[in-house]
Design a protein around this ligand. Structure first.
Ligand SMILES: [Zn+2]
Length: 148
């Protein structure tokens, strides 16, 4: 069964994978690099699955930024908006909330049966919905995929 990818699958240079990502995607065309410091109290960002990859969408209003999620470094800094519209979050990392370890295993097991473009999950989707989607995508023989 194919695994869901994380930032660690794309960055094997060593050091901090989240810091490497921010540096690599910094908008140098209009702003000199400035490393984020500290972690904001709020808002939090949430890990979700998009086309077989764990990602984080920027939680800031009016921002469509997203990046690969790190399984081990649960922080996020959006290089699209730089968190400039959120007082208290400017130049700070946001905490990334992942599902529980048990939930991650259930999600990865359920999605692993699907084609890559159908490996999607958001925090709004329950185990029951994943089962229903698996039945729709794969047929009834995979109805029990979450629980076997
Ligand atoms: Zn953003």
């Amino acid at each position: 069964m194919p695994k869901l990818l994380t930032l660690e699958d794309f960055d094997r240079r060593g050091g901090s994978v989240t810091a490497n990502l921010v540096r690599r995607t910094w908008p140098e065309h209009y702003l000199d690099y400035r490393a984020p410091e500290g972690v904001a109290e709020a808002p939090a960002a949430y890990a979700e699955v998009n086309h077989g990859r764990w990602i984080v969408h920027c939680p800031m209003e009016n921002c469509a930024g997203a990046q690969m999620a790190s399984r081990h470094e649960r922080r996020f800094f959006c290089t699209s908006c730089l968190h400039q519209d959120a007082e208290g979050a400017r130049w700070r990392w946001l905490r990334v909330v992942w599902p529980s370890t048990a939930a991650v295993l259930r999600i990865e097991k359920a999605l692993g049966h699907r084609r890559a473009q159908n490996r999607n999950w958001t925090t709004a989707e329950s185990d029951r919905l994943l089962l229903a989607e698996n039945a729709a995508f794969l047929g009834d023989e995979h109805l029990e995929a979450l629980f076997v």
